[in-house]
Design a protein around this ligand. Sequence first.
Ligand code: THU
Length: 138
Amino acid sequence: MQPGELIEMARLARERAYTPYSKFQVGSALLDSEGRIHLGCNVENAAFGPTNCAERTALHRAIADGVKPRSFQALAVIGDTALPITPCGVCRQVMIELCAPDMPVYMANLQGDIARTTVAELLPGAFTSHDLDGGASN
Ligand code: THU
């Protein structure tokens, strides 16, 4: 699958965002190793803290659907930003937990600008399971 197709899926997922507070819609599409796409959008909450970003919605949804952590091929995210949208710090931490470090992340905006990065590039010096006593991951 081409990055443009994944970004288009993220753009469609963005339409489903629940954003009564920020009015800032974000969409995400996650490609798994079997070519399936898992969509995510941001889902906000009156208490603000429970708000879930589009990227985490897609990642957690895929895990709940039975996809093996770190087996994903690529993630796309799109928002109405001047430059390609950049994932928040919490999402970067979740990506480093659930995705391979070299997995591509395609960041896009509605004007068609696209930037490619990787999970590791998004969070240098990340705290991971290797830093925990025992260090095991499932
Ligand atoms: N948001 C995302 O869903 N992904 C990002 O990459 C940046 C921010 C959401 C969270 C919140 O619902 C809204 O955008 C404003 O921060």
